[in-house]
Design a protein around this ligand. Structure first.
Ligand code: MG
Length: 457
């Protein structure tokens, strides 16, 4: 049986891999599974980001669902977390999001959702795959074909977020925020949400445009150089930039400095854990020890999973977690949406900023300091086997290890993670320590073990 889904959904170039026929078959396969599970008149929420191929693929996917007798709630263009929220909100039997997240404009993809809005569970994904490849679809009789209803969700989604933060405290300080939504789905929500929260808002790249004319939608430092200058030049309190489907939010301080995702995640986690008087924080093995510091001072526990937002979301649900996130600026508020939510993260940051009375840079610099170094090596052959070999070598030398995802060698004041890329012939080496010298030392150790592992494999 072929494999359809990656870590969360399926992605590729529109009209090459992700064709209308492909979307039609996914719709029919998902609908078939819902019908066979014995759900009465299943309803599926369907939405998309702003990509050029979005309408074409959405209509094909909807046709596939209707052909099996499922009904569809078409929510149009909306952030991925808003579509996840709507799936739960409308008590639907599932959801589907047409998006390629932060990938370049020629890409698109499909994510399927559980009734609670979380990405589809592994077991159900496997069943959808089987039906897809066998083309063993349920087809409804002509008078039982499904129906489509349209709903606009951006306003109720914004309202739902507004209800979860202290709007009065934000209004009092009236933060000046510059927003860059990368012409993506966040253009329809984030500027309006911030205005509703009482912020002064200036937005750039906020007309929905699937060509992504302004910048690559991945919100990393390299792609945000111009935006960082804009935030500083306008004298804003902070800037916030999103990816194409608005599940991530990354922040720029008032000096135009790019803030690493795990630092804003720590800021949010600190506030949420303090409000709850502790709890469980879920993050991945690649996230800073800063999160352990924040958890410790709030009497919270930390669980570390494999890399991947859906894996963090599943762990939050399974273990009744309080807050979750990743180092790339994705934060999950599990009692709101079981997935990363850039708008909810921004609202919480605005509240933290307003309450503190401090400058954004001060809030960030008060957090414990860590030095991180990231690099990668191109490798031939079985990269996963090489990473396992690194673990064997580290073991014979008596190092403390975590092999949840890749090989992580742990020291009292830091770590080095050697991890194979899921999609490319690359092994990533990532180190962290309390000082720059130590971070370098740990990185060198990781590289040395990797070279030995490559040499002996
Ligand atoms: Mg995304």
């Amino acid at each position: 049986m072929g494999k359809l889904f990656g870590t969360f959904g399926v992605r590729g170039i529109a009209n090459e891999k992700i064709t209308p026929k492909f979307a039609l078959k996914i719709g029919a396969a998902f609908g078939t599974v819902l019908k066979r599970e014995g759900r009465e008149n299943p309803t599926v929420v369907v939405g998309r980001d702003t990509r050029v191929s979005g309408v074409m693929l959405k209509n094909a996917l909807i046709s596939g669902l209707l052909s099996t007798g499922c009904n569809v709630i078409d929510v149009g263009v909306a952030p991925t977390p808003a579509i996840q929220w709507a799936t739960d909100h409308f008590n639907a039997d599932g959801g589907a999001v047409i998006t390629a997240s932060h990938n370049p404009p020629e890409y698109n993809g499909i994510k399927l959702l559980e009734p609670n809005g979380m990405g589809l569970k592994k077991e159900r994904e496997a069943v959808v795959e089987e039906v897809f490849f066998k083309e063993d679809f349920e087809r409804a009789r002509w008078d039982e074909i499904g129906e489509v209803r349209e709903e606009r969700i951006t306003k109720p989604y914004i309202e739902a977020i507004r209800a979860r933060v202290d709007v009065e405290v934000i209004k009092k300080r009236r933060p000046f925020v510059v927003v860059d939504t990368s012409n993506g789905a966040g253009s329809l929500t984030l500027p309006y949400l911030l205005r509703e929260l009482g912020c002064k808002v200036v937005s750039v790249n906020a007309h929905p445009d699937g060509h992504f004319p302004a910048r690559n939608p991945e919100p990393n430092e390299e792609n945000l150089r111009e935006f960082m200058e804009i935030v500083k030049a306008l004298g804003a309190d902070f800037g916030v930039a999103q990816d194409g489907d608005a599940d991530r939010a990354v922040f720029i301080d008032e000096n135009g400095r790019f803030i690493q995702g795990d630092r804003t995640f720590a800021l949010v986690a600190d506030a949420v854990l303090r409000e709850r008087g502790g709890g469980l924080l879920v993050t991945t093995v690649a996230t800073s020890n800063l999160l352990d510091d924040v958890a410790r001072r709030n009497n919270a526990r930390v669980m570390r999973t494999k890399v991947g937002d859906l894996i963090v979301a599943r762990a939050l649900l399974e273990h009744n977690g309080t807050i979750g996130g990743e180092e790339n600026g994705g934060v999950i508020f599990p009692d709101f949406v079981l997935g990363r939510d850039g708008a909810m993260t921004t609202a919480k940051i605005a509240e933290i900023f307003a309450k503190s009375g401090k400058r954004f840079s001060e809030l960030i610099d008060e957090l414990p300091r860590y030095y991180q170094i990231k690099t990668k090596r191109h490798v031939e052959g079985d990269r996963h086997a090489i990473v396992r070999r690194v673990a064997e070598l580290a073991k014979t030398r008596g190092y403390t290890m975590d092999t949840t995802d890749g090989t992580k060698i742990i020291f009292p004041d830091g770590w080095v993670l050697v991890r194979a890329s899921g999609t490319e012939p690359i092994i990533r080496i990532f180190s962290e320590a309390k000082s720059e010298e130590k971070a370098k030392e740990y990185l060198e150790l990781g590289l040395k073990l990797l070279d030995e592992a490559v040499g002996s494999s």
